[in-house]
Write a protein of this length. Sequence first.
Length: 91
Amino acid sequence: MITLYHYGDTFGFDPSPFCLKMEAYLRLAGLPFEKRRADVRKAPKGQLPYIEDNGKTVADSRVIIDYLKATYGDPLDGHLTTLEKADQHAW
């Protein structure tokens, strides 16, 4: 199970756009996860979010998404051709 470490929910959601981005990605990708409030001072890079997955710690939202795509596949964009991915990235 993936554990997402974040600042904590305020008003029903995490105020950090990067934590919110990670939670949205995990939900859209259909990956099971649990959320835990974390102390930023104990975070691997001194910033949140970060995840723990099967004993591996990964920090930085972009690096986390790349890790999840490499580990679990790409359920969101996996059906796109290389050209379509490049076009999507350009926009």
